[in-house]
Design a protein around this ligand. Sequence first.
Ligand SMILES: [Zn+2]
Length: 172
Amino acid sequence: MDVDKRTTTICTVVAIDHTALYYTVCSFCERTLPETNTAPPSVTYCDHCNFTRNTSTVPHRGGGGSTSKRLFRVLMSVATETKVFEVVMFDRAARVLFGCSAQDFVDFAKLHPFSGETASKILEGEMLKVTLSKPKNGNAQHQRVVSVVPLKSGFHPAMDTLRELHGVRPDC
Ligand SMILES: [Zn+2]
């Protein structure tokens, strides 16, 4: 049996797949929902927990109404001293680099097209200390980023730079 083996390494971001930075989950049971092409979270039905917008027997969460949410799932190529390889980075680690939640990012990208592309460019070349885990799950192709620490002193998450580029102040 494969053990969840962890390694820590220093690497540089070579490229980020900006076409698929996030995925959609049911905000109730957090299972993956099929991606729709419509921009707002418009999925109203989850096969797993049967959570629908109209359900009154299911406890409400927060403002109610929204039945799906976005989480980061970022594929990126990184280079170590000896090789270049692809890793997948999920929500918790990706937030460190992006500086916001996936939902905030999607909302921002709606107003500012090409934000995904720009964010990827911003992060390319960053030196990172990453902890990688080889999933026990045999069908996962990529090593997973468990944690990430940017090495540059004064590192700014991509979102900070994006907001600066677009003249958006976080406190407005
Ligand atoms: Zn669900």
